[in-house]
Design a protein around this ligand. Sequence first.
Ligand code: DGL
Length: 273
Amino acid sequence: MKTPIGIFDSGYGGLTVFAAIAELLPQYDYVYLGDNARAPYGNRSFETIHQYTLQAIKWLFDKGCPLVVLACNTASAKALSELQQQDLPCIAPENRVLGVIRPTAEIIGNYTSTGHIGILGTKGTIASGAYKVEIHKFFPDLQVHSQACPLWVPLIETNEYTQPGAQFFIDKYLEALLSQHSAIDVLLLACTHYPLLIPHIRQYTGNAIKVVAQGGIVAHSLADYLHRHPEMETRLTTNGTAQFYTTDDPTDFNTHATLFYGKPITAMGAHLS
Ligand code: DGL
């Protein structure tokens, strides 16, 4: 029987994180679940995101995953602490759920020379304040500026971001963030979709500002976690397989997913309850 690592996202975006994880740790088995039928999560309430994420975690546990990575900033910001503190002890005390915010917060302060960073994320992630709280645990003096970008996920999912008019909506949020302080020298892409926009972001910022995506950070953090937790590492099987599931139409998922994962994918349907 396989005991894979579960990777969960509201839809496609987590594939940018999973691609980095699979590259760094190809030996493990993985099950990726995208809740495309109910995505995007970005504008939804705490209660709804918690309920949806809990259903997804249970589904992945039922698939045999003892460890699940929430490869979604919105779910990590709004559901992870409740899942870890209240739900896990009741439903599966031996299992673990990791998010993407803490590993990013642990390291982001090392990228800046000025001590000012800018964070771009969904409305839910930014409104939760989760990044500021976590970053200040590791870098108490860091000045954290943030900006919600509610139009970016729809622009990417509809593939409109490559059209000429899209640059206006990309620049709009960058201007709003960078005008908060002239010393911002790092932009953290705190949404799994945003790495697709890097060339367009650079068009606005040039090379003077560092643009940081999370995939590599989360992958290295997972490797470190497994190294520090042999009791979990030895529960995982290592056949190098990956299975993909979506709560929406798998054919549609396959068409869009390549853009995020960088390789063709054949997904299966999943029903969460
Ligand atoms: N995956 C989500 C995130 O990283 C973005 C998409 C959504 O809003 O569901 O925040």
